[in-house]
Design a protein around this ligand. Structure first.
Ligand SMILES: [Zn+2]
Length: 121
């Protein structure tokens, strides 16, 4: 997959508007257009953990969750296991986007726009 800045490509097309004689010209321009340096989005969810004094002591050693008692529940990222808080939309450690949802079978899923469109057919 090649990702481009569509707004920038549109400006490019408009700037050189007189140059394009056919759709083929535009396709060649698109092929030569610079691509973006991007990474796929990782999807995850917050995991609610039962109190575990040993793990909480480890977090406290790292200066994490100091306001929480050793017998408190705690939340971790489903992708990397790092400490988190469900109010955040991203894991501060691995960057996972916390948008996975539970499906009817209890599985954690992320449904992309493509999957939503396919399921509507
Ligand atoms: Zn994470």
């Amino acid at each position: 997959m090649r990702l481009i800045d569509a707004d920038k490509f549109e400006r490019y097309l408009m700037f050189y508007a007189g140059r394009w004689e056919s759709l083929q010209d535009v396709i060649y321009a698109l092929r030569d257009f610079e691509t973006l340096n991007a990474q796929p989005v990782v999807h995850g969810h917050w995991v609610k953990n039962k109190p575990n004094p040993k793990i909480m002591q480890e977090f406290h050693k790292q200066k994490i969750g100091l306001a929480m008692g050793e017998n408190s529940i705690y939340w971790t990222c489903s992708k990397c296991g790092y400490w988190g808080t469900p109010i955040y939309k991203y894991c501060s450690h691995c960057g996972a986007k916390m948008d996975e949802k539970n499906d009817s079978n209890g599985n954690w899923i992320y449904q992309s726009l493509d999957e939503v469109i396919d399921s509507a057919d």
